[in-house]
Write a protein that binds this ligand. Structure first.
Ligand SMILES: *Cc1c(COP(=O)(O)O)cnc(C)c1O
Length: 462
């Protein structure tokens, strides 16, 4: 299968090159030239499959000849071996025709493990085959860093450097990164904010000479392999709830639009989904876009659901590409000035609204929902998931079809919000993490200075 850029001016690439390249040279994002199609019969035959076998069937058509079947099966086996629930992505019912899809049984307790465990294994395999090594460099405000580190810690052909803003991530989040003591893992605590970390990253990708010939790779959420891995659990949940014999709908706590875009792709591939709910916190650019055709960046608001604190969602570009008839020039024109307000034309907006609904939920309501759901069903939601549940309840079109709310994090990861909702409730970390606060930490605190950061990296790599 070939992959093409959403801006239409970069060369098309194979699967392996797409994964290793990340951003296209014209500034666009890679998408498959065509999507594999699954018929009703194909989907019916997915009933009862193990998660890894289902993942194989969904992912294999994208991979083409770049991996043999046994290589792909092996990568998938290793990707999901550290998940602590045998169903990998179990469903829990919280109301009549409302389910929670628990995506937090991976090593870092957030759904990002689904993509990053897979991406680490996939990178390592492709690099070994080519006899190459890369340096993964990333910036994090919390969840992505730990998931990337867990995904790469066992990889022979990857060194990973993650920058986080010093003293500005939660203690659980910091310790999930800094207590990984593998030789190929380096944590940099930068004396600055998240934007400073990102600027460091941009400058380093733009001029990689400080690495003395080694190459940087990115694992951010625009990487195609991350989106692809996330398509699988939409099929898994829907098939377990009766697809293809009935339609199933999803509500997704949304930040960069990667997770919900995977749901959109599942629908384009034949899965019967009638409604996808974009659930946002106060950073509501996508909600304003769908409801009022107002896609204008607003200043960032720090919320109780920090993993959704995003001004502009990078993966939205992939949807725009479809809405504009896969015309790369139209997308390039629309996005020429990212800081300017964007308005969709009537046809594109109508097309988006056929599938997507949206809803914005503020901190106050998030806390109330955590309390209400706990009192009515005994189920404890993390703040991101609570936003998805509230959004689903407010805008769902059908009560007859199941609504699946994606649970993107374990409540113990965000104790502040849960404590506001239920001050007396204990929220212990899962057993494999109970000693997190006793574990040894390793990180390098560095000033907000590009030269110092790059010197540290070059020395660490030897
Ligand atoms: C990353 C993240 C999200 C947002 O996912 P996107 O793919 O960026 O839309 C939501 N919840 C949690 C807990 C996350 O870590």
């Amino acid at each position: 299968m070939k992959f093409i850029s959403t801006r239409g001016r970069a060369p098309s690439l194979s699967f392996a090159d797409t994964v290793l390249t990340g951003l296209a040279s014209d500034g666009g994002l890679y998408v498959p030239e065509t999507l594999p199609q699954f018929s009703r019969e194909d989907i019916a035959a997915m009933a009862g499959l193990d998660y890894r076998e289902l993942a194989f069937r969904i992912i294999q058509p994208f991979v083409g000849d770049d991996l043999t079947d046994s290589e792909l099966r092996d990568i998938l086996e290793r990707s999901y071996q550290h998940f602590r629930h045998s169903a990998v992505a179990p469903l829990v019912q919280t109301d009549a025709s409302e389910w929670i899809l628990e995506l937090f049984h991976g090593p870092t307790l957030a759904f990002k493990d689904f993509a990053l465990q897979f991406l680490g294994q996939l990178f390592d395999h492709l690099l070994k085959k080519r006899g190459e090594r890369v340096v993964v460099m990333g910036a994090t405000s919390g969840d992505t860093g730990s998931a990337a580190i867990e995904g790469c810690r066992h990889c022979d052909n990857i060194d990973i450097f993650i920058l986080h803003p010093h003293n500005r991530v939660s203690e659980v989040q910091r310790r999930q990164m800094t207590t990984v003591l593998s030789d190929n893992v380096f944590n940099i605590a930068l004396e600055g904010n998240f934007d400073d970390c990102q600027n460091m990253l941009k400058a380093s990708f733009a001029d990689q000479s400080f690495l003395g010939g080694r190459r940087l790779a990115a694992v951010n959420s625009i990487n195609w392999a991350r989106i692809m891995a996330q398509i699988v659990y939409y099929f898994y949940a829907a098939v377990n709830l009766g697809a293809p014999h009935r339609a199933v709908n999803f509500s997704v706590p949304t930040g960069n639009f990667g997770d919900i875009f995977a749901g959109y792709l599942a629908r384009q591939m034949g899965l019967p989904i009638d409604q996808l709910v974009i659930a946002t916190n106060a950073n509501d650019i996508l909600h304003r876009c769908i409801s009022d055709n107002d896609h204008s960046p607003q200043p960032l608001v720090h919320s109780l659901s920090p993993s959704m604190d995003i001004m502009v969602s990078s993966n939205f570009e992939r949807l725009l590409f479809d809405l504009y008839g896969r015309d790369g020039n139209a997308v390039a024109e629309l996005l020429a000035d990212r800081s300017a307000p964007m308005h969709l034309d009537d046809r594109a907006l109508a097309k988006a609204r056929e599938v997507f609904s949206s809803c914005r939920v503020d901190d106050l309501r998030t806390v109330e929902v955590i309390r209400e759901v706990y009192e009515s069903s005994g189920y404890l939601l993390d703040p991101h998931t609570a936003i998805g549940v509230e959004a689903a309840r407010r805008v769902r079109r059908s009560t007859g079809e199941p609504m699946v709310c994606l649970s993107t994090a374990h409540p113990a990861k965000f104790p502040e919000a849960v404590a506001r909702a239920l001050p007396t409730q204990e929220i212990p970390l899962p057993s494999h993490m109970q000693d997190l606060f006793q574990r040894e930490e390793r990180m390098k605190v560095l000033p907000n200075d590009l030269g110092e950061v790059q010197r540290f990296m070059a020395e660490a790599l030897g």
